[in-house]
Design a protein around this ligand. Structure first.
Ligand code: ZN
Length: 207
């Protein structure tokens, strides 16, 4: 099954303290990239964003930041926001809260951001509360690009995100090998279309 491009309202309402979109009626949207930094793909994304004057948020995996610190620095230097995507890309549903929070802390030591996105979007209520107590803001998404899904062609992936674009939307992409082909096409299309419709792409922040 290919997941729909937008998260159903009912799911958003079930978890109201997780951030699903940013409240605004202005044409502002929030691009986000999970699973990097990737030494080849992340710089390509940065270049594309720069070309269009767009800023984004990169939810980085601690282990990858450790392996590619220079790439992590490039993201920060370009003015983008950074977020925590755990150290080992752990699945919340399969990890006890203690170990889960410890993994996020381990990533925090390297990443230093209180914006948090759970891998696979999977987080138990206990894990969520523990992280909230530690000052982390859990950021979900409004639009799932599906860039990682091999059943989608690049043009289909592009169409999904462009059609779903709305004020305050948080759009989920991946700067990863699995997503690269779809992501690069869909991102460029979204930037072109979005900007022509008057949208500005901004980074997320925790306040
Ligand atoms: Zn991920």
């Amino acid at each position: 099954m290919i997941l729909p491009s937008t998260v159903p309202r009912i799911i958003q309402k079930l978890f109201p303290r997780r951030v699903w979109h940013i409240e605004t009626d202005q044409k502002i949207a929030y691009l986000s990239f999970d699973d990097g930094p990737h030494e080849r793909i992340t710089p390509m994304v940065l270049q594309l964003l720069k070309k269009h004057g767009a800023l984004a948020t990169f939810f980085c995996i601690g282990d990858r930041v450790n392996k590619h610190p220079e790439c992590f620095d490039l993201i920060k230097q370009a003015g983008h926001a950074i977020g925590n995507h755990t150290y080992h890309h752990v699945n919340g549903w399969k990890t006890d809260p203690e170990r889960y929070v410890e993994d996020v802390r381990e990533a925090h030591a390297l990443i230093g951001s209180t914006l948090f996105r759970p891998p696979y979007g999977r987080l138990t209520s206990t894990q969520f509360q523990r992280l909230e107590q530690e000052g982390f803001k859990t950021i979900m998404w409004t639009i799932l690009s599906g860039d990682y899904d091999r059943r989608l062609r690049p043009d289909q992936c592009a169409k999904r995100v462009v059609q779903a674009l709305q004020p305050g939307a948080i759009i989920l992409f991946h700067d990863s090998e699995k997503a690269e082909m779809n992501m690069m096409v869909a991102l460029e299309k979204l930037l072109e279309e979005g900007i022509s419709r008057g949208y500005v792409f901004k980074p997320l922040h925790n306040n």
